[in-house]
Ligand binder design. Structure first.
Ligand code: SF4
Length: 449
């Protein structure tokens, strides 16, 4: 870690990525964006299958992925100031009856209305703590709203302002694919529910929080556990105490980065491609495996590269590079530190001297951190402005619509997890909460909290 003293005059930075994209598209701003359609309103894409413009636009969306119906015209035609005022007024009317949760990757125009801002698990816990709220409006993506529903009370309604806000990474592991993989692994390892002479199961399924409730339920039914980017090492330690190996999904990078830091050799981390028999492996490879990595990734974090880090170091001597562990292994290895969104936020808050930070995570968070800490130079490693496609689908227009619907006594866009899925999914989450941290983390980023 290297901090550098630089003479910085406090700057005023517009934290709004929307404003920056609009300026780039009209030619009044500098830089480039990955898709000029990002300057259009998200409802332009509600009827079109796909994730929409942004980092996930090239990913294949599953057939049957939720679509958002047409947003009423009054919200589509309202300008930023009107929507801001309507959201503020609706929240004031609803008072303690509603809690609005905003993920770190949400646009500034939404985050400013959030009662809590955090990562997916922090927000799910915030939802759990607000037992007085009748409605939980989750400004994030679909799996986060499902998790909030799992952890909140039965009489609380969890609302996702735009049903098209999925997550391309979560969609890369469907329940059908995972069940198929489990059957194929049983052909290799035998009975997956019976421990061997040393009390270890052949394989423990571990799913990242960024997965559907159905996948969390699968994991809960099969002796497995959920992890976050903050506690992945703790969870893998838990799994290795109970099994010979781990099937980790959906994010190969978080699995690889975590297991590598624990000393698992790369050759014992085969990839499981759900479109190939045995995931594209042979029996011997799977027998020798310690961590079987699902072929999934986050298209936001896959954009970061070693060449971007090299460029940042060349142009900003002494720069401190922090990336998210969803980035590819080479990027994590080249960075000074890697950690969850909360780790990144706390690392910047803890810096007492003016410092230059190059950050490898979603641009909305980076832009907001830069605005909040003008004493530091903070920039996104990716020079192309390319937000998460699905986070981007939550716009103040949808937030105003769901809140004003609540004022009118109507719950729209409720997310409900059926009981047969919810019960085992909660078991998998409870195992995670009960898992104890390892005695000695092997890398700085694993201390993220
Ligand atoms: S940033 Fe990546 S993991 Fe997070 S919601 Fe977007 S696509 Fe999914």
């Amino acid at each position: 870690m290297t901090a550098v003293n630089i003479a910085l005059t406090p700057r005023r930075i517009d934290p709004s990525v929307d404003h920056e994209i609009a300026a780039i598209v009209t030619g009044s701003g500098q830089g480039e964006t990955c898709n000029t359609d990002l300057a259009a309103a998200p409802w332009s894409f509600d009827t079109v299958p796909g994730y929409g413009p942004g980092a996930s636009e090239g990913d294949v969306i599953p057939t049957g992925a939720p679509r958002q119906g047409e947003l009423p015209r009054e919200y589509r035609e309202a300008d930023e100031a009107e929507l801001d005022a309507r959201i503020t007024a609706a929240k004031a009317t609803l008072g303690e009856r509603v809690v609005v949760l905003g993920h770190f990757y949400q646009r500034e125009e939404v985050v400013r209305h959030a009662d809590y801002v955090g990562d997916s698990f922090q927000l799910a816990n915030a939802a759990k703590a607000r037992t007085d709220a009748e409605a939980i409006v989750f400004c994030g993506v679909h799996f986060m709203a499902e998790t909030a529903d799992l952890l909140s009370g039965p009489d609380q309604a969890v609302i996702l302002p735009n049903l098209a806000a999925g997550c391309s990474m979560a969609d890369m592991a469907s329940i059908d694919e995972v069940e198929q993989a489990w059957e194929e692994l049983a052909d290799v390892y035998g009975d997956l529910d019976t421990p061997d002479a040393e009390g270890l199961l052949p394989v423990i399924p571990v799913t990242y929080m960024n997965s559907s409730a159905a996948i969390k339920g699968f994991v809960g039914r099969h002796h497995g556990i959920v992890c976050t980017s903050s506690n992945a090492r703790t969870v893998l330690e838990w799994a290795f105490e109970r099994g010979r190996r781990v099937l980790f999904f959906p994010d190969q990078h978080l699995g690889r980065n975590t297991a590598k830091a624990m000393g698992v050799p790369l050759e014992q981390m085969p990839m499981w491609n759900p479109r190939k028999p045995l995931g594209g492996n042979d029996d011997a490879t799977l027998e020798d495996a310690r961590v079987i990595l699902w072929h999934g990734f986050c298209s936001v974090h896959r954009r970061f590269s070693v060449s971007q880090i090299d460029k940042a170091r060349a142009e900003h001597p002494g720069v401190r590079v922090i990336v998210h562990p969803e980035c590819p292994m080479e990027v994590v290895d080249a960075a000074d530190e890697a950690g969850s969104t909360d780790y990144i936020r706390k690392a910047i808050e803890a810096a007492t001297e003016p410092t230059t930070f190059a950050i490898g995570t979603e641009v909305n968070l980076v832009q907001r951190l830069a605005a909040e800490h003008p004493q530091h130079e903070i920039f996104c490693l990716d020079p192309v402005v390319c937000p998460c496609s699905t986070m981007y689908r939550i716009h103040p227009g949808y937030l105003a619509w769901v809140l004003e619907s609540l004022v009118a006594g109507e719950v729209v866009n409720r997310i409900t997890v059926p009981a047969d899925v919810a019960d085992p999914a909660r078991v998998a989450l409870e195992r995670m909460l009960a898992a104890k941290p390892p005695a000695a983390p092997a890398a700085a980023w694993e201390q993220a909290s």
